[in-house]
Every structure is written in structure tokens, then in C-alpha cells.
Design a protein around this ligand. Structure first.
Ligand code: ZN
Length: 285
């Protein structure tokens, strides 16, 4: 055994080396929020990065002046390899930045619903794809706000997140522009409600403060009051709450709660869903 090899073996066996080994963090996906808050906007783009390969995709890069400088910095400094654009639905404040992003980064695949600008791939319901080596993505079709709405459930080891566009907001849901109460009930209370409870929610907009004001007007529980308090102290709520939390504080996910049935005057879950949406549309809190 030559000296160098002996030295390596000695180092490997030393207590110091063992301490170093236990300090290595387990690999997880990294999510960078890009608030797009210029003008009257209040929406989010997100960059999802696979730490090992640095492969990344950007979710709803709607406002290029705010998103492109962030992408440029990440790409030019070697922190990410941009592998795709993901869209949650076709509305301009989500898919409206695709063309400009593609001008900067041509040939980038656009994964989204059928009506999204420049879309190249529309995954089927429950179809999966990967970001880098570690992140598994599953498309969950949630037609209602738009018929091409898709939520994306991501898993990397123990970590789970869902990008919900304008289908599920923290403590709220999107308007039924292209769909029915039945479709939103299916989206929220069947498809999304069945995700693991520790899945963190990343919605398309920061609407939590006004959502929970409305929520409080129909449901008075500790979970609802806690979220209202959180909003008094925090401007951003994306990624801070889970599907398990939504099941407690989101009135649109509690259509069988007697208190909400009483507030809406309805008992059928679909009627409760429709009534809640109408009440929220007219709410001036
Ligand atoms: Zn929308």
C-alpha cells in the first residue's frame, strides 16, 4: 500500500471523517419563488431545481421583466440547466410569458394544458415525468377554472409539493370560468384532497389574506383563526401550508361541514360548493 492510499484510508476511518459524513444533507428539491408583484399583479412564478443534476423547470413565468433576470442569473452562474416551462393553465397571467421566455431560451419544452401558448407537451391525467434524476412529477387534471387546468404533484424522496395554479389557493379556490361546481368539487375534494397530507401547496396567486377573511365569515374554528393571524404577520404564504392544513382551513374543501352547510343554507356538496363560490364572488369583507 503506498503512502497516499494509507493516508486516505486513515482519513476515512478517523472520527473527524465520520462527523463530516453525518453532516452531509440529504438531497432535496429546491423551490425558488419569484413574486410577480409589479402593477396590480399578485402572482407567483417558481423555479424547481433538482439539486444533484441542477436540472430545473420554471412554473408559469408569466411576467418576463420579473422572471427573465432571475433565470439569467441562475443559468449564467451555472446554478441551473433550464429543461422546461410548466404551465398550470392558459390564462395570460400564467402562460403569457412563454413566447418571450422561448425567445431567450429557444427549444425549451413547454409542458401545459392544450390551450397554453406555445405548448409542446400536454401530459395526460396522472401521467408522470422527471426533473433531473430525483424529482418525480405527476400531472393532475383539474378542469374548472379553465378546461386545461393541470396541477403538478412533485415528489423527491420524502418531500412532496403541489403546484396548483388557479385551482386551489391557500384557503380558497379559483373562479369557475370554464367549468362547474361539480368539476371544482372533483378537483379539490377528490383529486387534490387525496394527495398525502404533508404535501406543501404552491398556488398561482397570493390571495390568502382575502380568502381567509371570507373563510372566517362562514367558519369560525381555531384553524381558520390561526391562518388569519398568520396573514397579519406574513406577506407570503406559498409553500407554508399543506394539503392537511387546507382540509382544515379551506372552506371549499369542507363542503360537508355542518357549520358551512348552515352558512350556505345547502346540504348537497355540489350546491354548497356553488353557493360558497357565489358568496365569495360577492363578498366585500
Ligand atoms: Zn387563471
Amino acid at each position: 500500500m503506498n503512502f497516499a492510499l494509507k493516508a486516505i484510508r486513515a482519513a476515512t476511518a478517523s472520527p473527524l471523517r465520520r462527523v463530516t459524513t453525518t453532516n452531509i444533507q440529504r438531497r432535496t428539491m429546491h423551490i425558488q419563488s419569484i413574486p410577480m408583484w409589479t402593477g396590480s399583479h399578485d402572482n407567483y412564478a417558481y423555479v424547481v431545481i433538482d439539486d444533484k443534476t441542477k436540472d430545473a423547470m420554471v412554473v408559469d413565468p408569466a411576467n418576463p421583466p420579473e422572471v427573465l433576470p432571475v433565470l439569467k442569473e441562475l443559468i449564467d452562474s451555472g446554478k441551473i440547466n433550464l429543461k422546461g416551462i410548466i404551465n398550470t393553465h392558459h390564462h395570460r397571467d400564467h402562460a403569457g410569458g412563454n413566447a418571450e421566455t422561448l425567445k431567450q431560451y429557444p427549444h425549451t419544452p413547454v409542458i401545459g394544458g392544450k390551450d397554453c401558448d406555445q405548448v409542446t407537451t400536454t401530459p395526460k391525467h396522472n401521467e408522470t415525468f422527471k426533473i433531473g434524476e430525483g424529482i418525480n412529477v405527476r400531472a393532475i387534471h383539474t378542469p374548472c377554472h379553465t378546461q386545461d387546468s393541470i396541477c403538478y404533484f412533485l415528489e423527491d424522496g420524502e418531500e412532496k409539493v403541489v403546484f396548483t395554479g388557479d385551482t386551489l389557493f391557500i384557503a380558497g379556490c379559483g373562479r369557475f370560468f370554464e367549468g362547474t361546481a361539480e368539476e371544482m368539487h372533483e378537483a379539490l375534494n377528490n383529486r387534490l384532497a387525496k394527495l398525502p397530507e404533508d404535501t406543501r401547496v404552491y398556488p398561482g396567486h397570493e390571495y390568502t389574506k382575502s380568502n381567509i377573511k371570507f373563510g372566517k365569515s362562514v367558519l369560525d374554528t381555531p384553524a381558520v383563526r390561526d391562518l388569519a393571524q398568520f396573514c397579519e404577520e406574513n406577506e407570503e404564504t406559498q409553500g407554508k401550508f399543506t394539503i392537511g392544513d387546507e382540509l382544515k382551513h379551506n372552506v371549499f374543501m369542507r363542503v360537508e361541514d355542518p357549520e358551512i352547510q348552515k352558512a350556505t343554507g345547502e346540504t348537497d356538496p355540489l350546491e354548497v360548493m356553488q353557493k360558497l363560490r357565489d358568496m365569495k364572488n360577492n363578498f366585500r369583507g
